[in-house]
Design a protein around this ligand. Sequence first.
Ligand code: AMP
Length: 310
Amino acid sequence: MIVTRTIAETRAALRSLPRPLGFVPTMGALHEGHLSLVDAAKARSASVSVSVFVNSTQFGHGEDFAAYPRDEARDLSLLENRGVDLVFAPAAAEMYPDGFATALHLRGPLTEAYEGASRPTHFDGMALVVTKLLDIVQPDVMFLGEKDAQQLAVARRFVRDLDLPVEVAGAPTVREPDGLAMSSRNAYLTAQQRAVAPDLYRALLAGRAAAGAPAASLKDVVVAATTALLMPTLPMDAAEPVAALRGEAPPAAPRFDLDYLAIVDADTFLPQTALGPRSLLIAAARLGATRLIDNVSLFPSAYLATDATA
Ligand code: AMP
């Protein structure tokens, strides 16, 4: 596996790799979710490239840029074992040298609602770094996770708007055995929060089950999912009456602080007025200081690119 640090050596090394070339952009702290994207890339490409770069421009003020988990040696060994051909792991100054002055801005609800509302500079920062990475690596196909469904839609949008010659492929969310979507940020959860965290996915599944009922409405789905999410979890509830009988204070159960739960079109992220094949059920919620996001397609295939974005 070739590891490059500079743009010049990356471009030179890529010339010798067979095409088609797959590309997986990451911020490191790799888990099976990232590695499943590598597998998806390998299945469709003659060579696979991965970037490992914690991109400052997609973190807002007060977010976890400094604390974001970093373990490059572990990441490189995981990627090598998975058969990656080239890893581009630049220093910040290689990507954003002194005097760097260019910004990229996407307008409209796709970048301003939901994740964009909570993290106003996030998608512009992501679009900037991914545009730079695509220009450096020049892959045939870029692989992104459906876990970050809005990011996937945003990437399809700017790739099309800027006529970038790359296909954007989505890959399914990889989950822990209890359903929690894998995320580098799961490492921030306390043991109690970690026990409650899978309820986010369970709530989305409750929403999907409601969508499958005859004549189900948008409201039925949102009510089913919200109720499932905000209902206290069983083990903590069971502990409460026991504590009360003993005259003790009940254990402090972590509770979700819901940021949003909505049904949107998978391409535009506009709220939908009726359930349909493009319907995604998306949610973000905080457990203490940690913000979790997740989503499910209410019907099969909503994540696939439509003609509008492919
Ligand atoms: P990140 O390193 O968090 O920027 O993520 C890099 C890529 O991995 C993005 O395309 C994510 O959507 C994807 N990804 C993150 N978590 C998962 C997961 N649990 N399953 C599938 N893909 C994921």
